[in-house]
Design a protein around this ligand. Structure first.
Ligand SMILES: [Zn+2]
Length: 122
């Protein structure tokens, strides 16, 4: 194995804006929060609280988050409900499975995995 030198982390200059969370969050952040809340409530009502992927090393209900079918920059609130781009097209992933989806899979594979996790609920 080749050892790569660790990239040097550039310190960002501290701006006074960064101290206030409301300023930092913006419109997209608020949309995200409300969509997340709506989805969590819907899943909770359906009794879905733990990871829906179950890849190797799945940690189940530990450190769950919502995994989108597409990368964040492609998610649209305006997309048709049920399409991979829709903001509420998500499945619950534990920390381990979310990392696999994000870092080890192609976009297409990630999309297929999330869409089939959602399809398994029915
Ligand atoms: Zn998992």
């Amino acid at each position: 194995m080749t050892a790569f030198p660790k990239p040097i982390r550039q310190e960002r200059p501290k701006s006074p804006l960064r101290r206030t969370r409301m300023k930092a969050i913006g419109r997209r952040g608020r949309e995200w929060d409300s969509a997340r809340r709506a989805v969590r409530e819907r899943l909770e009502a359906a009794g879905i609280r733990s990871c829906e992927f179950g890849f190797a090393q799945c940690t189940g209900a530990y450190q769950t988050s919502l995994a989108h079918a597409v990368k964040r920059r492609f998610v649209q609130r305006e997309a048709e409900s049920g399409t991979p781009e829709h903001i509420e097209t998500v499945a619950i992933a534990c920390g381990s499975c979310h990392q696999k989806l994000d870092e080890e899979m192609s976009h297409q594979m990630m999309c297929e995995q999330v869409m089939s996790a959602i399809a398994r609920r029915a």
